[in-house]
Design a protein around this ligand. Structure first.
Ligand SMILES: Nc1nc2c(ncn2[C@@H]2O[C@H](COP(=O)(O)OP(=O)(O)OP(=O)(O)O)[C@@H](O)[C@H]2O)c(=O)[nH]1
Ligand SMILES: [Mg+2]
Length: 387
């Protein structure tokens, strides 16, 4: 890790712990950590040349296969480091994609992951080739250069094709969202860090049986389920989890998930209570920052302090006090998927939907009507396709 804030004495440890947790999830055995503090990253190696030397010795001594950087690496840095260290060098973006690949089941996730890989690796391939063929005759290209151009064209075509497929899916998703809005069924999206308990709550509310686990990014592509409360029908959406310090390029590659969040009538942000207090606070802050960056309006966010069954009465009083500066203006409640305790969440959602319902909406579209939409032709299954 290159630590650019010399005054940070605690956060960087949390970030590194998170990186180690992700590395283990991806299947790595972590042998050591190296940190350098410098305000300005170096353009060639990110870290200073002395540190590169130290790292090289460590790589040799411990017979290391991979060096994983917390920081994002440019193509130039990745290439220079892997040549110098004589091993694979990846950054957190690539590490996250490796974990995604492990849990990717459906075509939508696989497509988005492939797109994210291409966005990262295509510039690296171009750089590698330009170094390799620099100085070769401009008119009589070597066979190697021909092969490179062929490969580059294949990559470009692939990138274009994947982008097109994703755009088609985005278009289809937009259409489904518009149809849902037309039928006046409000959409409630469950968001939060990975492992926050989104899928467990989704399953409990909707009676589904989607995979739930302790490993990061169990859910990659959104799951949808229409459900009926006492007063109305709602679409619940389970989404991909966030991670601390999420790379904006990664968010951008997962456009479909973005669309779900942006178009939601309400976003329930799950903040899990099974972490130490300072981590709960950090993850809460990060999740709010990510939602803001995506463009989710604060008035549409409800906070659900999840896994409440794990905290005793004393902590139930202490935690909201500790989180007061963050909870601020948000409506919040405790939830427990395990104990099927989410009635307060439903009360808040219903109340907020009433507040948010706009007067210009046609009466039949009002989301809080006691559901005259029971036999709506537009119902989606949990994978998002219409039936
Ligand atoms: N005690 C307790 N554990 C819970 C509760 N909800 C979820 N968990 C556990 O927390 C872990 C993560 O749950 P998930 O529902 O998979 O979390 P997620 O937010 O969907 O995670 P990703 O799909 O990776 O983003 C699992 O081990 C669950 O059993 C809860 O209400 N109480
Ligand atoms: Mg999940």
């Amino acid at each position: 890790m290159l630590k650019t804030n010399p005054h940070d004495h605690t956060l960087f440890k949390i970030y590194l712990d998170e990186l180690e947790r992700l590395s283990v999830s991806a299947g790595f055995h972590v042998v050591d950590r190296i940190i350098q503090t410098r305000i300005k990253p170096k353009t060639n190696f990110l870290i200073g040349s002395g540190k590169v030397k130290e790292l090289k010795e460590l790589v040799k001594a411990k017979n290391v296969d991979y060096v994983i950087f917390y920081n994002s690496l440019s193509s130039k840095q990745k290439l220079s480091l892997s040549i110098e260290l004589e091993c694979e060098v990846i950054d957190r973006y690539e590490l996250t994609l490796m974990i995604f690949e492990k849990s990717a089941q459906d075509i939508v996730s696989k497509l988005q992951i492939e797109y994210a890989w291409l966005r990262k690796l295509a510039p690296l391939f171009k750089l590698e080739a330009s170094i390799k063929y620099k100085g070769e005759h401009p008119f009589f290209r070597s066979m190697g250069e021909y092969a490179f151009h062929r490969k580059l064209n294949i990559i470009k075509r692939k990138e274009k094709a994947i982008k097109l497929s994703i755009e088609k899916l985005v278009w289809e998703r937009r259409r489904q969202i518009d149809e849902r809005k037309k039928h006046g069924i409000p959409t409630i999206v469950l968001a939060g860090m990975y492992n926050a308990g989104k899928t467990a709550l989704f399953n409990a509310i909707c009676g589904c049986n989607k995979p739930v686990s302790d490993s990061p990014f169990t859910t990659l592509s959104s799951k949808y389920q229409l459900t009926e409360t006492e007063s109305q029908k709602m679409f619940f959406v389970d989404t991909i989890g966030f991670v601390i310090d999420l790379d904006p390029m990664l968010i951008e590659s997962f456009k479909l998930n973005l669309l779900d969040l942006k178009s939601a009538d309400m976003v329930v942000l799950l903040v899990a209570l099974d972490d130490p207090l300072e981590i709960i606070k950090l993850k809460f802050k990060e999740a709010i920052r990510i939602l803001r960056n995506i463009g989710v309006e604060e008035k549409r966010i409800v906070i659900a302090l999840s896994k409440a069954d794990l905290v005793d009465e004393e902590k139930r009083t202490a935690i909201p006090l500790y989180l007061t500066p963050l909870l601020g203006e948000f409506e919040w409640c405790f939830v427990s998927a395990k104990e099927k305790d989410y009635s307060s969440l439903f009360s808040i959602i219903t109340k907020k939907l009433q507040e948010l319902s706009r007067p210009q909406s046609p009466p039949q579209m009002h989301p809080c009507l006691p559901s005259g939409v029971s036999s709506s032709p537009l119902i989606m299954n949990t994978e998002g396709s219409l039936y």
